[in-house]
Ligand binder design. Structure first.
Ligand SMILES: *Cc1c(COP(=O)(O)O)cnc(C)c1O
Length: 397
């Protein structure tokens, strides 16, 4: 083996200088708490929310402590109760069913298709079971949102979108997170903007926005929010909302504002890398690339492919050989959950469910991050390595 990749799959780009300068300003004045403002001062957190509402086109935006917090806050804002069933994707990451379980509600999993999106036929069968769907755009794959919206509307099911991997993506030209009642995002290091931890919640519904803001720990300081409904909306709900603190702070907000401004440019860079890897993998024997819907404008911050119906030892052999060549692939079909990767059947706090179709897809699903620290040449080399190793294992007897 001569081709060995030397890059690091978890190394993101440094925080931009402009963001560091903004962060230092906050550190120098010391007013890190979002409601700690000098007379006449608008907090970085409130300004960030205004920026994010503008970017997404939402009426209201709230920044919070994490993406997982945003998801749980969204469920509370929709008044989900302990014992309620909440529909969600079988193929997602642990914070999604975790948010549902944090309210004492029960995740009900919906199958994944070969395009890595929620199976709308399985969803249609399960819609009568719940009044909320927590839809995870896992790894940035958007399902046929037009059909999904119509199905949910017919069953009166409200949609919370988990946009941890679709910040900046669009469906039919509309920002991801704007099709459901509430959109939730993460600003954690591995997502599209990086504040270490953090998240957003957006909505056009004034009462939901007011409920979320109260829930997030705004005390009675909601008038200091700039992307919020008027005080009259808070008057109706302020005595009924528990304070479940999960605020964003001014230091993170200061770091995020320049990154949000640069997001369109970053998306182009991600997609350039994605296309190099995708083209390099196309027509590899035994390997299926994931075709994308023409209505979807995705953010290629990671890439997936299928070794569909391969026996597990062969998939493992591909993983081992790629790892030896410096290419870190994640497998959703491993016997034990590891790293960030776990599967619906390892979330045992949820009622046990059998999803043979999802099992088949996940058993062949490989996943790879594409950090912007990789060059286009790096991406071409990675694709070459995967192609070589998959072909070698595929041809073995
Ligand atoms: C990261 C992530 C979240 C939650 O984000 P945190 O900010 O880490 O809580 C939710 N859903 C998916 C699919 C994610 O990858």
């Amino acid at each position: 083996m001569t081709d060995k990749f030397q890059g690091n799959f978890t190394q993101q780009e440094p925080i931009p200088e402009e963001a560091i300068t903004a962060a230092l300003e906050v550190l120098r004045h010391g007013r890190l708490h979002r409601y700690n403002t000098a007379p006449g001062e608008l907090s970085q957190t409130a300004l960030l929310e205004q920026d994010f509402a503008k970017l997404t086109g939402a009426k209201f935006a709230l920044s919070v402590a994490s993406g997982g917090y945003a998801l749980a806050c969204a469920l509370r804002a929709l008044n989900v109760q302990p014992g309620d069933k909440v529909l969600t994707n079988a193929f997602t990451l642990a914070p999604v069913p975790g948010a549902i379980a944090s309210l004492g509600a029960q995740p009900i999993f919906v199958d994944v298709t070969e395009t890595l999106t929620i199976d709308l036929d399985d969803l249609e069968r399960k819609l009568p079971l719940a009044r909320v769907l927590m839809l995870s755009h896992m790894r940035g794959h958007l399902c046929d949102m037009d059909r999904l919206i119509a199905l949910c509307a017919a069953h009166n099911v409200q949609i919370i979108e988990d946009c941890a991997h679709t910040m900046g993506a669009t469906w039919n030209g509309q920002q991801s997170g704007r099709q459901g009642v509430i959109g939730c995002y993460s600003t954690q290091t591995y997502k599209h903007v990086n504040s270490g931890e953090g998240g957003f919640l957006i909505t056009d519904d004034a009462e939901i926005a007011a409920r979320a803001i109260m829930l997030s720990g705004s005390y009675m300081l909601y008038e200091r929010h700039l992307a919020a409904p008027g005080p009259e909306v808070f008057e109706q709900i302020k005595y009924d909302m528990p304070n479940v603190s999960g605020r964003m702070d001014n230091l993170r907000a200061a770091i995020l504002r320049p990154q949000l401004a640069a997001l369109p440019e970053q998306i182009k860079r991600w997609n350039d890398r994605y296309r190099v890897v995708e083209n390099g993998l196309r027509s590899t024997p035994g390997l299926t690339v994931i075709d994308r819907d023409a209505r979807e404008n995705y953010v290629g911050s990671s890439i997936q492919f299928l070794l569909l119906d391969w026996p597990s030892p062969k998939v493992q052999a591909v993983l081992d050989r790629c790892a030896a060549a410096g290419v870190e692939l994640k497998w959703f079909g491993g016997a034990e959950p590891s790293g960030f990767t776990s599967r619906y059947d390892s979330w045992r706090y949820a009622p046990a469910q059998s999803l043979p179709q999802s099992d088949r897809i996940l058993a062949g699903l490989l996943d790879m991050r594409l950090p912007l620290t990789f060059t286009l040449e790096d991406c071409a080399q990675i694709a070459r390595i995967i192609r070589t190793e998959v072909s070698a294992v595929f041809q073995e007897a």
